[in-house]
Ligand binder design. Structure first.
Ligand code: GMT
Length: 375
């Protein structure tokens, strides 16, 4: 099939999922066209099966806000016509499903019918919870999609609770390429980060408020009192400066390494012993899954879809949001001796394998075929 994928190209789970999905589909013989404002971060290699079309928004001083949705829907129309695209898969209702719907309608005027699949990733729903003025547009875009998928049961339920949805929402979880991890990264460059005696605790995110960055620091602050350890903070975002200040205040600045954004997440996870994800909410928690496939157990909150990924007492532990004491105690329980740590590491890998790409990508293909045949 010829599939157009619309996503956010920057660091962030939905962009990563969309990109990895496109690459996997191309490997299975489909022709993939990414349409977005910048080349997606994990899309390194373009080929005769993978194309990237940049959405350019001309700057007019007349406009206070530059109309991205308009530019995107026009680009979709042009690309779909030029490359004879069979199907449109948009990641995120805001504004992609909205722009996709407009493109569909414009194409229908010319007798071209392209089904649209919308995948919900989370913030489209939580954002609307906070700013209800988006609600009519999001409800409309979801209801006008030919198929709607959600990355977790929790997000599906949240969507049904928040919006007046007429059709079904299919849960297709996020995924990971398990085979890639069975063969690579045996040589972890651990010595660069910590001594042999120290454990390495890691957090990776876009440092938004929802990630509860102060909790990450406070958990580690308690852990390092009991267990010699380092904390590696990977990512950039609005909460980073405050986090650096908090480390100074708690007197642990020499034990916390802020690395900024990285394209080498797997190399960092390779030498990590524990992953912290105390988020306020998380529709899925792809970062936790990436940790687990790298044999890193997860200490997380029990919010949103995280319990569908991190199994309490098996791949790590779950606590109530904000319960820093419980999360620290659980972290210490995992890290305190080598045999327990090894058991949790193996469990984390096993649990992550439930989400192997080989199992999940065919679910998207089934959806595509159904949507295409139902045109
Ligand atoms: O929250 C993020 O880190 C970014 C956000 C995004 O829009 O990319 O992630 C959302 O989608 C991911 C992929 O499906 C999920 O794994 C994240 O849990 C979800 N974030 C939230 O729900 C807060």
């Amino acid at each position: 099939m010829k599939i157009a994928i619309v996503c956010y190209p920057t660091f962030g789970g939905s962009g990563v999922v969309a990109t990895e999905l496109g690459i996997a589909l191309a490997n299975r013989g489909h022709e993939i066209h990414f349409i977005t404002y910048k080349q997606p971060v994990r899309l390194e290699l373009l080929s005769n099966k993978i194309f990237f079309h940049e959405v350019h928004v001309p700057e007019y001083p007349l406009f206070h806000y530059q109309p991205y949705e308009l530019a995107l829907s026009s680009k979709l129309v042009d690309t779909i016509k030029l490359h004879k695209i069979d199907l449109l898969h948009v990641h995120y209702a805001i504004p992609h499903a909205y722009a996709g719907y407009m493109a569909k309608k414009m194409l229908e005027e010319e007798g071209i019918y392209v089904p649209m699949i919308t995948t919900l990733h989370g913030t489209d729903i939580t954002l609307v919870g906070k700013h209800p003025f988006y609600k009519p547009a999001v409800t409309f875009s979801i209801n006008q999609s030919d198929v709607v998928t959600s990355v977790s049961e929790s997000l599906k339920q949240g969507t049904l609770d928040t919006f007046d949805i007429h059709g079904d929402i299919e849960v297709i979880p996020n995924f990971i390429d398990a085979k890639k991890y069975s063969t690579s990264f045996t040589d972890c460059q651990r010595s660069n980060m910590a001594t042999e005696q120290e454990r390495i605790v890691t957090h990776i995110s876009n440092f938004r408020k929802v990630k509860r960055i102060p909790d990450v620091i406070k958990i580690f602050s308690k852990v390092q009192l009991e267990i010699p350890s380092k904390l590696i903070m990977v990512g950039e975002g609005p909460e980073k400066e405050g986090a650096e200040r908090l480390c100074e205040e708690l007197g642990i600045a020499d034990k916390v390494i802020f690395l900024g954004n990285s394209n080498e997440i797997d190399k960092i996870l390779c030498f990590s012993d524990l992953f912290l994800l105390p988020s306020q909410t998380e529709s899925f928690g792809l970062a936790a899954l990436e940790a687990m496939i790298n044999k890193v157990p997860v200490i997380s909150s029990n919010a949103g879809g995280i319990p569908e990924v991190n199994t309490n007492g098996v791949s790590g532990f779950l606590s109530n949001v904000g319960d820093v004491d419980d999360m620290a105690a659980n972290a210490i329980a995992i890290l305190k001796n080598d045999s327990d740590l090894e058991r949790f590491k193996l469990n984390a890998l096993k649990e992550a394998q439930r989400f192997d790409i080989q199992k999940v990508v065919p679910l998207y293909e089934e959806v595509y075929e159904r949507a295409y045949n139902g045109r």
